[in-house]
Design a protein around this ligand. Structure first.
Ligand code: HEM
Length: 435
């Protein structure tokens, strides 16, 4: 049995590599090439894939990978019905059911509501003040999810749910290690898991009331909750409130921070590239903000966003675990091998993207890249379901903000990419002066 070359790591080395993950992966790629193994302590084996052909293999063969809901670290947080916790068949069924409501076409229905929320938020920004974009983008993104996914409009209910979700999410982002099963135990009222569980239960009390109201009295609203409350189980009965709750919380966790962090990186790159900033701002003045289909298709806006998502994919790799011994090219991987699909490495492959560390939106205007070369949303059957929703939201927020304000990056801040919550964020959150 042969594995690709790669380092054997002790506990200390694994920890150091984990602390500086993005840098370590780049270093190993330089040393070993586009496919390498990491021999981890406790006889754990990982293989890192950083070549589009190998990504194609991993994305096209979901049957090779384990799905063990009971061992899935997200099951306890998101619930047994979450799309992240389902076995192959149930996952596909669930995804098929949701796809129409996350399609490009359906997502357009949310665009006017998204714009309204952004404009309301921007009206509170004041010229001369300093803002941290990460915080502000999280705030806008949460409002958008509460209205479009959860369908809550009524101001009092909205504020109450937002308070609960804010408390639960900030605690989760402070303790991302809660996804590790050994920490998912109640070891006393002051421990992180106990505190998180209390916050999640308070949110659930609110959510279950809302879900029950929808189940009792289905409406014709566009929100994902309204659509879900019309879903039927195999025997024709409505799906359970618990199932709806698990899906709502999954969309929230998967879609909130990722979108806000992507926006922070996009602003970071535009604001530090004077010529692209100038070009985009003058171009945006010519667009109608509420002409959503033009906004959606605009090549310049698209290129500027895609290049920033290439530079800093907020989820720089996705993980799968091999069910059985498997061959790839001349290699054989044992059952249980972690397959690390290294999105960030592919995005920095100089044979695909010459001068990969330079922000050059031009490349997306001149070339098209396939889904194994540009893949910030992952791929295959597990590809992000919220990608159209996220792209629409990003385009609207970016266009509305840059049309209304001239932002300048504050000096002396770090743009190092650091792990916060589930994604990789600019270290100081992108501080800007509103002018
Ligand atoms: C820019 C924003 C976003 C980024 C970069 C992003 C990225 C990702 C990535 C990398 C995955 C894993 C794919 C894989 O394993 O191959 C994923 C999965 C997922 N995302 Fe997103 N996401 C974003 C926004 C959203 C939004 C807005 C929602 C929903 C409202 C969402 C819902 C999901 C769900 C449900 C999954 C699991 C899909 C499955 O297992 O089949 N995401 N996302």
């Amino acid at each position: 049995m042969s594995l690709p070359p790669g380092p054997r790591l002790s506990f200390v080395q694994s920890y150091q590599a984990y602390r500086n993950l993005l840098i370590s992966l780049k270093k190993y790629r330089q040393e070993y090439g586009n496919i390498f193994s990491l021999s981890l302590p406790a006889k754990r084996q990982a293989v890192v894939l950083a070549q589009p052909e190998h990504l194609r293999w991993a994305f096209a063969n979901p049957q090779l990978f384990q799905v063990k809901p009971e061992q899935n670290p997200f099951t306890k947080i998101l619930g047994h019905h979450s799309i992240f916790a389902l076995d192959q068949k149930a996952h596909l069924q669930s995804k098929k059911r949701f796809m129409p409501y996350f399609s490009q076409e359906y997502t357009q229905n949310f665009a006017p509501g998204m714009l309204k929320i952004v404009q309301k938020k921007l009206n509170n920004w004041k010229v001369g003040e300093e803002l941290t974009l990460q915080e502000n983008m999280q705030d806008i993104s949460l409002d958008i999810i509460i209205r479009m996914i959860f369908g809550i409009e009524e101001p009092e209910k909205f504020l109450s749910l937002k308070k609960h979700l804010d408390a639960m999410l900030s605690y989760f982002y402070r303790w991302p290690s809660l996804v590790f099963p050994p920490l998912q135990r109640n070891l006393g009222p002051l421990t992180p898991w106990a505190k998180f569980t209390r916050l999640a239960e308070a949110t659930d009390d609110f959510l279950f009331q809302e879900i029950q109201a929808h189940l009792n009295c289905p409406d014709s609203e566009m929100s994902i909750l309204s659509q879900m409350s019309k879903f039927k189980s195999e025997d024709g009965s409505p799906i359970s409130a618990q199932e709806i709750r698990d899906h709502l919380v999954s969309f929230l966790i998967a879609g909130h921070e990722t979108t806000a962090t992507s926006l922070s990186w996009i602003f970071r790159w535009i604001l530090s590239s004077p010529s692209w900033k100038k070009k985009l701002i003058s171009h945006l003045q010519k667009l109608e903000l509420n002409d959503f289909s033009s906004l959606w298709q605009d090549p310049l806006l698209d290129a500027i966003i895609k290049e920033a998502m290439r530079m800093n994919p907020v989820i720089p790799f996705v993980l799968r675990i091999l069910e059985e011994e498997t061959k790839l090219d001349s290699y054989t991987f044992p059952a249980g091998t972690y397959i690390v699909i290294a999105i960030d490495l592919v995005h920095h492959d100089r044979s695909i993207y010459p001068q990969p560390n330079i922000y050059q939106p031009q490349r997306f205007l001149e070339n098209s890249y396939n889904q194994f070369q540009w893949c910030p949303f992952g791929g295959g059957v597990k590809r992000c379901i919220g990608l159209h929703f996220a792209m629409m939201e990003i385009k609207i927020i970016l266009a509305a903000t840059l049309r209304q304000f001239a932002l300048e990056l504050c000096p002396k801040q770090s743009f190092n990419s650091v792990r916060k919550g589930l994604s990789f964020t600019p270290q100081d959150g992108v501080k800007v002066m509103v002018t």
